[in-house]
Design a protein around this ligand. Structure first.
Ligand SMILES: Nc1ncnc2c1ncn2[C@@H]1O[C@H](COP(=O)(O)OP(=O)(O)OP(=O)(O)O)[C@@H](O)[C@H]1O
Length: 637
């Protein structure tokens, strides 16, 4: 029984509470900010009571990128997760010892700030800031509308095209080609999510899909746009589509109708400088028939809501991404909300009508897929690719990613015992820490030598992008800041850089704040290079491979990036990736399965892990999720 229930059972609680002292503890322990208190007071007509504290909890949840505060998730005995040892014993851990959860909830239902067109909203036992609730409503409604779109397709032509691109499924193996299934689903629907781990063929499948669609509609070809959340991810998508087109050997008349250039979502929507609004919106919609959004797990709730508002009613939307990666840096977890419940090796739950249609389109009417009920109303729009074609049984990276993602210690031990060529695992100790710095400096040598030889910026950037050291934390000896300094010292001692001032030739930087005027966005990477006149400029390569240069003084917030956080690496891929996790005593709350999985899956050919085994095990056990009501809004019950 919780403390609240105990009191409710008739005890005589001590109701006098020193709110000032309690709030000071919340601030001292970094749970809330002064501005949160001001806002909570404003919303609660200056009263400090139970609802005031609930609003504070909601603001804390929003800062932690949750879309809402779920009533059922509140730890009523210590709602702000205060650390007992840092508290005065006379101060309670909970601010509402005199009330019951039920009473607090009822107070909220009738509260003056709660309701439609009010600053706060309630939905399914969740408290929201209205702005975030409205984004969820927009997404749920638009996804449902898109899915309900009637798409008329010539089935026999589609069947023939699916056979052309994927072949005939052999009855003897009986193995389902999930890429073919995904293509059939996306070709016949207005909305589709295509999820799968690294190298499962998301880009290949979508390229085949676009080829099939353009063949089906060859008399009036579709306008297709490709987008990704960051410039880096957009550049990668362009590269992958180009590669997939070349591999597929498409007929020129079809190939020419598939775009190769992806852009950022911000660029597609048209940023209005100094505002968080876009040129394209619900009143001025985009001109397109098909929109492909890659790395959808990185797109936050607000941006995706603004994007779907700008998509015309007739258009199709296809979201690509890995449901198991870290969620967006900003609020929300849309892709993982939509993909909840998918399990490797299992067929996702599809309705009777969809399974019949897919069996007809993909398997000549043979019963390969079986219907399974789901109360999730978008279940028929979720395609799940399950086989990695990049990492075969000889690849340690794939095995390691799989072990971590499935939290399988047995599989992890097996992977380590195999001694894979593409994996190097080091136990974290002083010796290995120093060895890592030396190895990292050796890897960065290549791009710096190119710079000294006067190579062109595209080649220098390319060489820099081959290797990346990732850290799980920012602060402390195992964090980004210290490691950046250590690598800088190492490179300087080898005469490759001369870090006498803040800026020097060869300094790699990452933008940490969007600048819509300069069109430089969070995550963009630049390298400080001298121009023809010897002036030092930060050079960025955009998604079209063009380079843009800026005087350092003009740059928005940025930091050096010999080392980047795993969070910042999302959407990027490096031929050789190294990742360091802090030791157990420093491994804070932020180390978890999604973080480690995301770090591993950045590696294409070689992956190094520098970590204590117990920290890796600890991370594997800990799976995090964000609070959201999106899934709930999409249930049929
Ligand atoms: N059905 C297949 N059979 C054989 N090889 C395939 C198949 N599908 C994809 N591949 C190959 O596997 C590799 C990865 O494919 P692709 O880039 O499409 O995957 P992805 O899921 O988009 O990867 P990423 O993790 O980079 O997002 C490519 O080299 C591709 O040519």
């Amino acid at each position: 029984m919780s403390q609240l229930d105990l009191f409710a059972a008739g005890g005589e609680p001590e109701c006098v509470m020193d709110h000032g002292l309690y709030l000071n503890y919340l601030i001292a322990q970094g749970r809330i900010r002064h501005s949160d208190i001001a806002l909570a007071k404003l919303l609660n007509k200056n009263e400090i009571n139970d609802i005031f504290y609930l609003i504070l909890l909601l603001l804390q949840a929003e800062q932690n990128q949750h879309s809402c505060l779920a009533f059922t998730d509140i730890d009523w005995n210590n709602p702000f997760s205060l650390v007992m040892e840092l508290m005065d014993e006379t101060i309670p851990m909970t601010p509402w010892a005199c009330s019951t959860a039920k009473k607090i909830w009822q107070g909220l239902v009738n509260h003056h700030a709660v309701g439609e067109d009010k600053p706060l909203q309630l939905f399914a036992q969740r408290l929201y800031l209205s702005r975030l609730a409205n984004y969820e409503v927009t997404l749920a409604e638009r996804f449902k509308q898109m899915q309900a779109q009637k798409i008329s397709v010539d089935s026999s032509r589609l069947t023939a095209l699916l056979t052309d691109y994927f072949g005939v499924t052999s009855l003897s193996t009986g193995e389902v080609d999930w890429q073919k299934v995904a293509c059939a689903m996306a070709a016949t629907q207005g909305f589709c999510v295509l999820t799968g781990g690294p190298g499962t063929g998301k880009t290949t499948t979508v390229t085949k899909l676009l080829a099939i669609l353009q063949s089906l509609y060859h008399q009036a070809p579709l306008t297709i746009k490709l987008v990704a959340p960051t410039g880096k991810a957009a550049a990668r998508l362009s590269e992958s589509i180009l590669g997939a087109k070349a591999k597929l050997n498409l007929m020129p008349e079809v190939s020419n109708l598939i775009p190769e250039h992806a852009q950022t979502i911000h660029r597609l929507l048209g940023v209005i400088p100094n505002s968080n609004r876009y040129r394209f919106n619900a009143d001025n919609q985009l001109h397109l028939d098909v929109l492909i959004v890659d790395e959808a797990s990185m797109v936050d709730l607000s941006l995706l809501a603004k994007l779907v508002r700008a998509i015309p009613a007739h258009a199709r939307l296809i979201l690509l991404g890995d449901k198991d990666q870290l969620t967006s840096v900003d609020t929300g977890s849309v892709l993982s909300d939509l993909c909840q419940g998918l399990t490797l090796g299992e067929q996702p739950p599809y309705s009777e009508s969809l399974t019949a249609q897919l069996n007809e389109l993909c398997f000549e009417g043979q019963t390969y897929l079986h219907p399974r009920e789901s109360e999730f109303c978008l279940a028929d729009s979720i395609a799940f690719l399950q086989t990695s074609h990049r990492f075969d049984s000889h690849s340690g990276i794939g095995q390691l990613a799989f072990s971590v993602n499935n939290n399988s210690r047995a599989q992890l031990s097996h992977t380590i015992e195999q001694g894979y060529q593409d994996l190097a695992l080091f136990d974290l100790n002083t010796h290995e820490y120093t060895a890592l710095i030396i190895r990292a400096a050796m890897q960065y040598r290549t791009y710096l030598e190119l710079m000294h030889q006067g190579a062109n910026p595209v080649d220098i950037h390319h060489a820099f992008g081959q290797y990346q050291l990732l850290a799980a934390v920012k602060e402390g000896p195992y964090g980004v800041k210290t490691l950046n300094k250590r690598i800088e010292q190492q490179l300087s001692s080898q005469g490759l850089i001369n870090p006498s001032g803040r800026y020097y030739a060869g300094l790699p930087i990452m933008i940490t704040k969007n600048d819509y005027q300069l069109k430089l966005f969070n995550g963009d990477i630049g390298i400080l290079l001298p121009d023809e006149e010897g002036q030092l400029k930060a050079v960025f390569i955009d998604e079209q491979g063009e380079h843009r240069s800026f005087y350092p003084a003009r740059l928005p917030n940025h930091s050096s990036v010999f080392v980047m956080t795993i969070h910042k690496s999302q959407g990027s891929e490096f031929s050789h990736t190294a990742m360091i996790l802090p030791p157990k005593q420093r491994a804070s709350r932020g180390i978890n399965r999604q973080l480690v999985y995301t770090g591993i899956t950045r590696a294409k050919h070689k992956f190094e892990l520098i970590a204590q085994p117990k920290v890796l095990h600890m991370a594997m056990v800990k799976s995090v999720s964000r609070c959201s009501g999106l899934r709930e809004r999409l249930l049929t019950r």
